[in-house]
Design a protein around this ligand. Structure first.
Ligand code: FAD
Length: 397
């Protein structure tokens, strides 16, 4: 072990959740020594990838140097966490550092399992197989849309938790709109092949999105889980989750949302629940076995839809409770499961879904948010990115 350091608060992950918490801690308790462990040189605003895949922005707009988002006064340990010992209160990194902590915040995101679908690794990035779920591939989605001259366009959604449950369908609505503008829509069959049972979990938005799907003439195949891709013959293979049937669908364009899971170093740590997520109390965000550990965002066990919008509401709760616990006070801040999914339904159209743990709408605006609106599109395109870089990551929103 090359070095031994100790911090009052150690944050694992410098993505949306880690930076938001670091910035809030700096504001609330500047006397604390806070460090962020983050291996990446680049910080991504991933919600923009939906618009990048549809040609609205170049992908470079979605990223900033990590150094620019680490709050002043917070130490950046440019390394990857590899092992956690919550009894001894240290984290070991891939670079061999052992870092001690008084309080640990786990915010290491979700692992996109590109290797979980046989054929995906070979196919992705060429011959019509694309995905918005990686910076590396997202501009290829836009190329696929531009090059598409008709045929079968299939958009998949896997079983299990993913980040932004709406993103697999958003790019499909944009593709439909793009093909119409290009004048080729009558030569296209668009299919949403999803492991889910329905288009959206919250009834109010489900009803609205079913109307969008009917209007656009999109085919839906629910309970269809992508199990393999055969790039040579351009076949996507699905398993029907109720009947067990194997279904092969020919594709000319295949947008894949891969299965996802917790980062491996967390899944094998004592912090994990049975599924590998960091097991925290769903309202206080405190770990259920280790009181000096908190978690939020995609890597946490919080039973809500994994989004940056959810992180925006989780971070202030976590910081308030961590500081209370540190002072021996009761944990009074509560997270209600708030999450949001801005479902883009075309260029210039968006349904802003917002809901809580009970799938009750928790809307911000005084109008019916299940209606497609241009104003909400502008919010997604300009308002939310601005709020992200200048508000949330600065600990202000
Ligand atoms: P991330 O922001 O992914 O950050 C995790 C960080 O942990 C990364 O920086 C990573 O490098 C780091 N890390 C990984 N392993 C280690 C390790 N071993 N040690 C230390 N650090 C590590 N959300 C919305 O709210 N609205 C949307 O419209 C929306 N659309 C989306 C569209 C797409 C295509 C995608 C991909 C995501 C979208 N999201 C959206 C989801 C949103 O981006 C995530 O939910 C959010 O980024 C979660 O924050 P996080 O900090 O938990 O994870």
């Amino acid at each position: 072990m090359s070095s031994a350091t100790r911090h009052h608060v150690l944050i694992l992950g410098g993505g949306t959740a880690g930076i938001t918490v670091a910035a809030r801690l700096r504001r609330a308790a500047p006397q604390l020594a806070v460090a962020v462990v983050e291996p990446s040189e680049v910080h991504y605003y991933q919600p923009l990838w939906t618009l990048v895949g549809a040609g609205v922005f170049p992908k470079e707009v979605s990223c900033r140097p990590e150094a620019d988002v680490i709050p002043p006064g917070v130490a950046w340990i440019k390394d990857a966490a590899q092992e956690i010992d919550p009894q001894q209160q240290w984290v070991r990194t891939a670079g061999g550092q052992q870092i001690g902590y008084d309080w640990l915040v786990v915010a290491a995101g979700i692992r996109v399992r590109w290797d979980a679908i046989p054929g995906l690794m070979e196919a992705i990035g060429h011959d019509g197989v694309c995905s918005n779920y990686a910076y590396q591939y997202v501009d290829y989605t836009w190329k696929c849309l531009r090059d598409f001259a008709g045929g079968n366009a299939i958009f998949t959604q896997p079983s299990g938790a993913i980040k932004c449950g709406g993103a697999p369908q958003k790019i499909m609505y944009l593709a439909d709109d793009y093909f119409r503008r290009k004048g080729i829509r009558d030569r296209c069959t668009i299919t949403f092949a999803s492991a889910g049972k329905q288009i959206f979990a919250v009834e109010k938005y489900r009803v609205a999105l079913e109307a969008v799907i009917a209007r656009k003439g999109i085919h839906t195949r629910f309970r269809h889980d992508l199990t393999a891709i055969r790039p040579a013959s351009r076949q996507a293979v699905f398993k029907h989750l109720d009947t067990g049937d194997v279904i092969e669908l020919p594709y000319d364009l295949l947008h894949v949302t891969p299965p996802m899971g917790p980062p491996e170093f967390l899944a094998r740590s004592p912090l994990a629940d049975a599924h590998g997520w960091v097991e925290v109390h769903k309202e206080t965000l405190q770990h259920v076995r280790f009181p000096n550990v908190f978690a939020l965002g995609d890597c946490s066990s919080l039973p809500t839809s994994k989004t940056g919008a959810a992180v925006r509401k989780q971070a202030p709760v976590l910081v308030a409770n961590l500081l209370a616990a540190r002072q021996g006070r009761p944990l009074t801040a509560r997270y209600n499961g708030y999450t949001s999914c801005p479902v883009v339904t075309g260029y210039g159209k968006l349904i802003l879904a917002e809901f809580d743990y009970d799938h009750r709408p928790a809307e911000t605006f005084p109008f019916d948010q299940s209606k497609e609106r241009y104003s909400m599109w502008l919010l997604k395109k300009y308002g939310l990115p601005w709020m992200y870089w200048h508000g949330m990551l600065k600990g202000r929103l």
